[in-house]
Structure formats: C-alpha cells, structure tokens
Design a protein around this ligand. Sequence first.
Ligand code: FPP
Length: 239
Amino acid sequence: MPRHVAIIMDGNGRWAKAKNKARHAGHRAGVKSVRMSVEMAAERGVEYLTLFAFSSENWARPEEEVSALMNLFVEALRREVAELHRNNVRLKFVGALDELNPGLRNKIAKAEAKTAGNSGLRLTVAIAYGGRWDIVQATRALARRVAEGEMAVDDIGDREFAAELALSETPDPDLLIRTGGEQRISNFLLWNLAYAELWFSDVLWPEFDREAFDLALSFYASKQRRFGHTGDQVEAVGC
Ligand code: FPP
C-alpha cells in the first residue's frame, strides 16, 4: 500500500459539458469522489492523501467559475469537517492561502485547528498551489536565512530545501493519480513527485469510484521501486 497518494482531480468540466451542465456542476459532482477517496484511503491504511483542488493557474479561469469553486470549498468545509474530525482525519491546506478570500481563509484555519490533534489519515488540500510557486517560496526562505547569517550557502542540500516546501512534514508521494485522460503533471508537486509512480486514468473525476481507485492501487502494488538502484540491488537488500 502506498504511504502517500497524491491526486490531480481532472475532468469535472468535461463531465459537466457531456451532461449539458455548467462547469461548476462538474466541480460540485466532484465532491462525491473526494469523499469516496478520503474514505477509501483511510480504510486501506494510506497515511497521507494530497488533493490538487485549485492551481495557481486556475485563477485565470472565468470569474464565475473561480467564484463558484471558492464557494464550493467554503460549503465543503462547512459540511464535511465534523465528519472528517469524527473519523480522526487531520486536515491541512497548502498553497498561496493569502490569495484566498478572508471567509475561506478563516474556515481553513478553523478546520486545521479543530483536526490538528487527530492521528488518522493526513488529508492535505492544495489550493492556489503551484509546484513552481512552492519552489520559489522555498528558495526565498533559504535566501533569507542565508542573508540573516543563519546558514551558509553550502549548507543547502536536498534535506534543507525540502524542509522549506509546503509539504515539509509529509513524505514524498509514492503514487500520483491523475484522472481525466491527460498525462501530465500540470505544475503539481514538482519537487516531491521525483520518484512517484504515475497512474493516469481516463475516468473523469466525478466518475472516479472505488473500482477506479482500486485499479490505481493494484498498479502501484505491481511496481518495483528502485530509487535509482538496480532491480538486483533492490531484491538483495530492499530499498
Ligand atoms: C479540474 O477539472 C478540477 C478542478 C480545477 C477543481 C477540483 C475541485 C473539486 C473536485 C471540488 C471539491 C474539492 C474539495 C477539496 C472539496 P477541470 O475543470 O479542469 O476539468 P476539465 O479538464 O474537464 O475542464
């Protein structure tokens, strides 16, 4: 079982279009798949689930769609947090959260505080997030520390860099799932996905169900993870 599953939830717009509905109806329908994924991850013993809910680039979508999405996030928090809390889920949001409206930021802060002591599934929602934004903000943080004399340039290594990223407290994803048929990373966790197994599903996000999630988990189970070593080395000592 992967310890950490990351998901690019794509295909809401096409699902809605195929049903002659507005795009926001697709996002709304996608909440059901979010709920299923959280339940199933918790059941299967996945420790970390990270969902790409809104990218840095999504701000460029029509204003009506952006505001429908922001309202949907507020509504989902209002409806789901109590249940997540009952199920021992710890909720965290990552991204340029200062770009969000104060109402949503407030709900996010409350949800994080309420679930902070939970020890079950760690659910991270990436919102106003971009992999390049993440790398730039980590670089700035390190540059500041160097400028303030807290560390030397040569002290910067993989570990120090990763510690400044948005997912600093989370191991790298083992499995990335992208729904909706496209095979790209779309500026998601650029640093963290270095060794992730990639699973691309043609299923549109609102139709992503238990069976589709299981296919991704079976694919993961069939992979030998080598992290740059040879297959023989992995078989001999494990990696
Ligand atoms: C991408 O599909 C999806 C999004 C930009 C939004 C994802 C948001 C949700 C599923 C809402 C619920 C989320 C949470 C965490 C409560 P798309 O619009 O790019 O689809 P398309 O490629 O078919 O146009």
